[in-house]
Write a protein that binds this ligand. Structure first.
Ligand code: FES
Length: 102
């Protein structure tokens, strides 16, 4: 399946992703700049992305922990999510996200 990622220069990348992988892991493993300092434990918010509006409703709701971490982020939008909290699955083939400012 494919994950589309727009980098901070506005360039769109189509990344091959595997079922069950975290969006954060896919972005990191393909070498795009995402800090993900806590390694996916939902405690750093350095994996902040904006989800393309058409995909928002297909994502599971945010946990309280994710809401709390996003509250502390800069430049939060209503489409903001933590990329470590989104697992790739068939329905998300083609999901598009944009890296938040670093
Ligand atoms: S990697 Fe730290 S919150 Fe996502």
């Amino acid at each position: 399946m494919i994950l589309k990622v727009v980098d901070r220069a506005g360039v769109e990348h189509s990344l091959e992703a595997l079922d069950g992988w975290r969006v954060m892991e896919v972005i990191r493993d393909w070498g795009l700049p995402i800090k993900a300092e806590c390694g996916g434990a939902c405690s750093c918010a350095t994996c902040h992305v904006y989800v393309d509006p058409g995909w928002i409703e297909l994502l599971p709701a945010k946990s309280d922990e994710e809401e709390d971490m996003l509250d502390g982020c800069f430049e939060v939008e209503h489409t903001s999510r933590l990329a470590c909290q989104i697992l790739m699955r068939d329905e998300l083939d083609g999901l598009k996200v944009t890296l938040a400012p670093g």
